[in-house]
Design a protein around this ligand. Structure first.
Ligand SMILES: Cc1ncc(COP(=O)(O)O)c(C=O)c1O
Length: 404
């Protein structure tokens, strides 16, 4: 490593420098070198002799062995992602966020085991549990995301995993992660946090007691809506099993995508600061709009778990939910088809703003929140927030007329 390590605690400095080891950038003493780890594409690695080939240790990390084990481009991204979660022993990469969740869960759960998922989990996470995991004989149970330390009541002798997602998808409940991770630890249950919203910038999952932290790199780290990837960072006690499972499942990503993700990583804190400021401006404006009933943004008091966000997070992101005081999903076109700057499409975390209608009540199994108006999710991009407000104003005006 370089002699710059003492600066890497700062998110902006860390983003600029992590994962740029001299041996990955040819930036050796006195040679200059290149700024970015190059794109090392590889399946085959050639050995000078059979003796060298026989000596190659396939179990050793960060050595060239075979493409699936990665190249310096992948190791640079893994090291950069690990730097976002102090206390993590390492990070594995997956071809999507969902693959990362599956890889982390399968590193822990076996047939007959019991796992707990928040009722506000990202829908495909619940679908994974309900489909593949159930088929493998892994029993799953949803829990109230705001249950806090009371989660202990739900632990059974066969419970092996507590999944957390904070804030939750669509309804943005902020969870008491430290209390729940501590309860899990006391019961010998592994905790796994989906930390995609905070991007491991505004909330440090391992430092708050979690054993494993996943992130959909697809969102904020990628940041440009042009790549799919997931990561899981784990404590020393959990990393070996995570890595063995990822290798057993053949999980890997292309060097080109790893390089794109590294490029996104460099500007992550800078973009997040802009996402945060613009989203807050728009969320506060929406709160005063006559058509708006509730704004689910962790930094605003309407949001369930807001005080926990104040206690545990160092900032917020660009994604939040809104409930209007009239209309329903059937009226969505009257609002969404009028938007000019906001794209209509899945995913979030890119530089461009997105809007989607939501139906959280259809996904919740416990205490479904029955909205009294159309609900939506906004991903605020890097545009001028005043332009986004102008766009929302004209679309909401049209919606008001159409639903009068
Ligand atoms: C909270 C959360 N976790 C995980 C994922 C899955 O990521 P990916 O789309 O890369 O599979 C998403 C995607 O929307 C998400 O919103």
């Amino acid at each position: 490593m370089s002699g710059k390590d003492e600066f890497h605690d700062d998110p902006f400095t860390g983003a600029a420098h992590m994962g740029r080891r001299a041996e990955w950038t040819e930036n050796r003493e006195g040679t200059g070198g290149i700024v970015n780890p190059p794109v090392w594409r590889a399946s085959t690695i050639l050995y000078p002799t059979i003796a060298d080939m026989d000596a190659a240790n396939m179990r050793q990390d960060s050595t060239l062995f075979y493409g699936r084990k990665g190249t310096p481009t992948h190791w640079a991204l893994r090291e950069a992602m690990t730097s976002l979660e102090p206390g993590a022993a390492g990070t594995m990469l997956y071809p999507s966020g969902v693959a990362a969740l599956a890889g982390a869960i399968l590193s822990v759960a076996r047939p007959g085991d019991h796992i707990l998922l928040p009722d506000s989990a990202y829908d495909p996470t619940s679908a994974l549990a309900n489909g593949l995991l159930a088929r493998l004989g892994i029993i799953w149970e949803p829990y109230d995301p705001l249950i806090g330390a009371e989660i202990t009541r739900l632990f059974r002798p066969e419970t092996v995993l507590l999944l957390l997602e904070s804030p939750g998808s669509l309804t943005f409940e902020v969870q008491d992660v430290p209390a729940m991770a501590a309860a899990a630890k006391a019961a010998g249950v592994t905790s796994l946090l989906d930390n995609t919203w905070a991007a491991s910038l505004h909330f440090k999952g391992i430092a708050h007691g979690c054993d494993m932290v996943m992130q959909a790199i697809t969102k904020y780290v990628g940041g440009h809506s042009d790549l799919m990837m997931g990561s899981v960072s784990a404590t020393p006690g959990h990393f070996e099993r995570l890595r063995a499972t990822a290798w057993a499942l053949g999980q890997c990503v292309s060097a080109d995508d790893a390089s794109l993700a590294l490029r996104g990583f460099r500007t992550l804190p800078t973009r997040m600061a802009r996402h945060e400021a613009s989203a807050l401006t728009i969320a506060r404006w929406l709160k005063t709009h006559p058509l708006v009933s509730e704004v689910w943004h962790p930094a605003l008091p309407d949001c369930p778990g807001h005080t926990i966000w104040q206690r545990d997070f160092s900032g917020s992101a660009g994604l939040f939910g809104v409930m209007l005081n009239r209309g329903s999903r059937a009226d969505a076109a009257a609002l969404f088809d009028r938007l000019k700057l906001f794209g209509k499409g899945f995913s979030w975390g890119g530089y461009e703003s997105l809007a989607v209608p939501t139906s959280p009540e259809k996904l919740r199994r416990l205490n479904p929140k029955h909205p009294h108006g159309l609900t939506l999710r906004l991903s605020i991009g890097l545009e001028n927030p005043q332009d986004l407000i102008t766009d929302l104003t004209q679309a909401l005006d049209h919606f008001a007329t159409a639903t009068r």
